[in-house]
Design a protein around this ligand. Structure first.
Ligand code: NAP
Length: 341
């Protein structure tokens, strides 16, 4: 279906004002107005309703995410958004459809139809961007394909109250594992062991962290899902069971700084002695299985095995601050910025 807009118009966006060389601040971002062209052949005009922000985007600004390229000041922040089609020259995409794609932090996006996924418009965009989006898929494939937990095994996940982490823990529980989370506050730990259903949770800031970590893993760790690297990875390495698996998902402890800590001790010796497999992965490698994963996760949501959580910010101008909050451990679940009308 083809439908054209009128003349190009100005629309809000957020640019990276300066590339951070230390901890991220909201001043690193600036609101701007950009011209939105009419969609050309095969293109679609999307009114973005919500965007999501993930910790991995900080690695992108650091230049340490292989898939993101070098960060560049003055350009619109990259990122995933969900919205409604306002005009379409793309086969199979109609005005009014809900779509998800790499819109960037902007109110209107003109995109090639093939770069958009038509989604169920009856669902909250937060679900498309969270559990059914990149972070949910990351939890699913990282845990099930790389970690491969078995019933009765112990799974530990770091950044456990975060977007990826809280989904990892719930899937691991659904698979019959004992689940231990590491998070950054007592409140988050109480939420994890309460509403979210983990078996145990440890505050990474506790002065007794190492002892508490050991006490929470009496049978050692079969799968450690590592979102953080750093000290938590260092502790997990010493608690791995024979034939354990370490899923290297990300290293958020090294993102928001110009001087990341060196890697933990014990590699490769502890891996050799305990015959541990340590494997990194990038979710985009699983693109041909996304539909299968989304269908299974929707089933878990429907039967109550998986309760995704998100935190909402309102207004595109809150996106920079939301990103700073996420890195500072002040968010729970997936971070969503709703753009409003
Ligand atoms: N491999 C892939 O394909 C892929 C795809 C998507 C995401 N990822 C990775 O998944 C991980 C989680 O991303 P997310 O978007 O879900 O973020 P998130 O967990 O929602 O937010 C990041 C969390 O990291 C924790 N944190 C911050 N600084 C830390 C530090 N110095 N040491 C330990 N923990 C710290 C904070 O939680 P607490 O304060 O509660 O600990 C914060 O809430 C990231 O490493 C990201 O790069 C990987």
């Amino acid at each position: 279906m083809a439908e054209q807009q009128g003349a190009a118009r100005g629309s809000d966006c957020v640019v990276l004002a300066t590339v951070p060389d230390g901890p991220l601040r909201s001043e690193h971002f600036a609101m701007q107005t950009e011209d939105v062209p009419d969609p050309g052949p095969g293109e679609v005009l999307v009114r973005v309703q919500a965007i999501t922000i993930g910790a991995g985007q900080r690695a992108g600004l650091q230049g340490s995410a292989s898939y993101a390229g070098a960060p560049e000041a003055g350009v619109v922040m990259r990122g995933t958004g969900a919205g409604v089609v306002e005009a379409s020259n793309a086969e199979g995409i109609n005005v009014g459809d809900t779509v998800v794609g790499w819109t960037g932090w902007r109110r209107h996006a003109v995109m090639t139809g093939g770069d958009l996924r038509v989604s169920d418009g009856s669902l909250d965009p937060a679900l498309h961007l969270g559990v059914l989006g990149t972070n949910g898929l990351t939890a699913y494939f990282g845990l099930l394909d790389v970690g491969r937990p078995q019933p009765g095994e112990t799974v530990v996940v770091s950044a456990a109250a975060g977007s990826v982490g809280h989904i990892v823990g719930q899937i691991a529980k659904a698979k019959g594992a004992t689940v231990v989370g590491v998070a950054g506050s007592d409140e988050k730990c109480a939420l994890l062991t309460g509403e979210i259903g983990f078996d145990a949770a440890i505050n990474r800031h506790s002065p007794e962290f190492r002892a508490e970590f050991r006490a929470a893993t009496p049978d050692r760790i079969n799968v450690y899902f590592d979102n953080t690297g750093g000290e938590i990875l260092g502790s997990a390495l010493f608690r791995m069971a024979t034939f354990g698996r370490i899923v290297c998902c990300g290293a958020v402890s090294a993102y928001d700084t110009a001087t990341p800590d060196p890697s933990p001790r014990g590699i490769p010796g502890l891996l050799v002695n305990n015959q541990v497999r340590m494997q990194g992965f990038i979710v985009f490698s699983y693109a041909d299985r996304y539909d299968e994963a989304r269908a299974e996760m929707r089933g878990w949501i429907d039967n109550g095995a998986l309760t995704p959580r998100h935190v909402t910010y309102n207004g595109l101008d809150t996106a920079g601050g939301a990103f700073v909050d996420l890195l500072g451990g002040r968010t729970i679940g997936t971070t969503i910025v709703r753009l409003g009308d």
